[in-house]
Design a protein around this ligand. Sequence first.
Ligand code: NAI
Ligand code: MG
Length: 363
Amino acid sequence: SNKSLLMLPGDGIGPEVCQEVRKVLDWMDKRRAVSFDVKEGLVGGAAYDAHKTAITDETMQDAMDADAVLFGAVGGPQYDNLGWDVRPEAGLLRLRKEMDLFANLRPAVTFDALLDASTLKQEVIQGLDIMIIRELTAGVYFGEPRGMQTLPDGTERCIDTQSYTKAEIERVTEVAFDLARKRGSKVHSVEKANVMKTGVFWRQTVSELHKSGKYDDIELHHMYADNCGMQLVRNPKQFDVIVTDNLFGDMLSDVAAMLTGSLGMLPSASLGAVDEFGRRKALYEPVHGSAPDIAGQGMANPLAMLLSFAMTLRYSFDLQEDADLLEQAAQAVLSRGIRTGDIMAAGAEKVSTAQMGDAVCEE
Ligand code: NAI
Ligand code: MG
C-alpha cells in the first residue's frame, strides 16, 4: 500500500508554499510513478477559525496514523490575543508532544549559486554540508522545578532546571549515529561538561553508547558548546553531524543556518520513536514562520518547504534518489539566476512563488 502523507498547510504563506509541494507530488506521480496517500488538515489559526481549537482530535489522530506530516507554518496578527490553549502555536506544540518528536534535524547546506550574495568568507562556507541534531523534548525548556520562588528571607528568585535521563540522551544520540553513517560518519557531541553535571552525564552516556560495539564505524568527538559556536563561524566544514541538547541546539542551529542564507531556504525535520509498526513518527517543516507581511501576494520563497519535502522523501519514505533529484533541482534553479524577492541579487530574474515551484519541477 502507498505511504501516507498528512499535509497541514496552516496560516499565512503556509498554504502558498504547500501548493508548490503539490506540484512536485504530481510530477512524481506522472514521471516516476511514485504516489502517496495524501490527506490535508487544518492547523493553527485556520483550525481556530473553523473549530475554535488550534488542532482537532481528528487531525491529531491523522497525524499519529500518517507515515509523515508536512507542516507549513502557523500564526498571524489576528490570532495574537487568543488564549494560551488555542493560540496557533498550541497546534504545533501538541503535535510535537503527542508524536514525541525528540530529535530535531536542522541541515545547513550551502547553495553555491548564492555564494556571491553572501557577506561571509566564501572559502569558509563553499560546499558546506552539516546536520545539527537538537534534542527537542527535554532539558532546561521542560525541567522541573521551574518558576518563581520566595526564599524564607524574602528573596525572590526564578529557576529553570536542566534535566536529562539516560534514555533521553541515548535515543537522540542513536539518531545522530545512524544518520552519520549515511553521511560523513563523523559526530560531534556538544555540551558543557566543564561546568554542568548534565554535561558530564551527557558526555559519559554518548561515550558508552559509542563503545557499545554498534557504532565502531563512527568517529566521535566531544566539544564544549561555546567552542562549538566559535568553530561554526571560524571553520564550519570540520563538522558533519552535531548532536546536542535542547538549549545549545536551539542556538547553534540558528547560527549554522545563517551561514548558508535566507530563512526562505531552510528546511527541518523532527523525528520521534519507532512505533510498533517499525515506523518512525516524523514531522517536516520549513524553519520560517507564516510571514504575514508577504502572505497572499505570491512572494514567498517555496524552497524551504520543498527542501522539507525532500527530507520527507529521504528520511520517512526512503526515496533517496527522489530526494537527491529535488535538492539538485533547487540548486539548479538558483544557478539559472531564478530568485524570489528574499534572495534577490543584481542581474537575477525575480519570480513568484508559483514560478519558483514550476522552475523546480522543470529542472
Ligand atoms: P517569519 O519567519 O514568519 O518571517 C520573518 C521574516 O522573513 C519576514 O519578513 C518574512 O517576510 C520573511 N520570510 C519568512 N519566510 C519567508 C519565505 N519563505 N520567503 C520569503 N520571505 C520569508 O517570522 P515572524 O515574522 O517572526 O513571525 C510571523 C508569524 O509566524 C508569527 O505569528 C509567528 O508566531 C509565526 N511563526 C511560526 C512558526 C511556525 O509555524 N513554525 C515559526 C516562526 C514564527
Ligand atoms: Mg531558535
